[in-house]
Design a protein around this ligand. Structure first.
Ligand SMILES: [Zn+2]
Length: 276
């Protein structure tokens, strides 16, 4: 694959509220010392408020899209280093120029071990440095909307922004419970989400459409931990999509807003969004 000119045509700015339908647990890595806290705390910002790291949201959306587009197959799955431990995880990555997932979520540069056969022990080193299109999607950290946690909710909560659930594992012989605490953000709380999709060359709305598909898949899956126990059901609300082209950045444009709104993902009418 040779070098091709890449021109930024504009950016889609997507804003949405992420509403929790069930409690959310996104844990912290390692053993952070949460003084006076619970066994299994949720990740919090420097003000002590729970938030959703952009990397968690992006990683989950990518994972759902990889399965959805059938990309987890020999020849396009690589071993990649996970940031917080020495172990490797397996994920999709390929050098295909038109791959929607790699094009939207990006590729890690450098050498990766590609799993070539069904036998996962056999892998070959491959570099993706020639697939130089920059990552299109940016996912910002999603901050808690304070008002979404009402006084009434607070009356039933254990901590200022969170509740503590006891999860029991039962010993099958003695029936003794082995309780474990899990901190979670309560149902009905909401976070402010912010995505940017860069538009290069003749992308048009292709990658924006892929992002919206992945967001819909997330609504029928879960975010964070313990999803099979009912945690992490989410819904996007109050969606706003704006297209910012060069007129916007240079300040020479008209006042004409290139913006659409939708109350839910299924109500987005992308053909109403004029990008030319
Ligand atoms: Zn790919």
């Amino acid at each position: 694959m040779g070098f091709k000119a890449i021109e930024l045509k504009g950016k889609f700015i997507i804003k949405a509220k992420l509403r929790l339908l069930t409690g959310l647990h996104i844990g912290t890595s390692g053993n952070t010392l949460d003084i006076g806290g619970v066994d299994n705390p949720v990740i919090k910002d420097s003000y002590g408020k729970p938030y959703i790291p952009g990397s968690s949201l992006k990683g989950k959306l990518r994972c759902l899209a990889e399965f959805y587009f059938g990309l987890l197959k020999p020849g396009s799955v690589v071993y990649t280093k996970q940031s917080n431990d020495d172990g490797s995880i397996r994920m999709h990555m390929c050098g295909e120029e038109n791959c929607l997932v790699c094009g939207l979520f990006g590729r890690n540069h450098g050498n990766h071990e590609v799993i070539e056969k069904n036998d996962q022990k056999e892998s070959v080193g491959k570099s993706f440095d020639e697939s130089i299109v920059p990552t299109r999607l940016i996912v910002r950290d999603a901050h808690l909307i304070d008002e979404s946690i009402t006084e009434e909710m607070k009356d039933n909560m254990d901590l200022e922004y969170t509740e503590v659930k006891f999860e029991n594992s039962l010993d099958r012989i003695t029936s003794a419970a082995n309780p474990r605490q899990t901190e979670r953000v309560p149902a009905n709380a909401a976070f402010e989400c912010n995505f940017v999709v860069n538009v290069f060359n003749d992308d048009k709305k292709k990658y924006l459409e892929t992002l919206i598909e992945a967001m819909k898949l997330l609504e029928d899956d879960y975010l964070g931990g313990q999803g099979s126990r009912g945690y992490g059901r989410v819904k996007f609300e109050g969606i706003e999509i704006e297209y910012r082209d060069k007129d916007y950045y240079s300040g020479k444009g008209t006042d004409e807003k290139k913006k659409i709104n939708a109350e839910s993902l299924c109500k987005i009418e992308l053909d109403q969004l004029k990008i030319e």
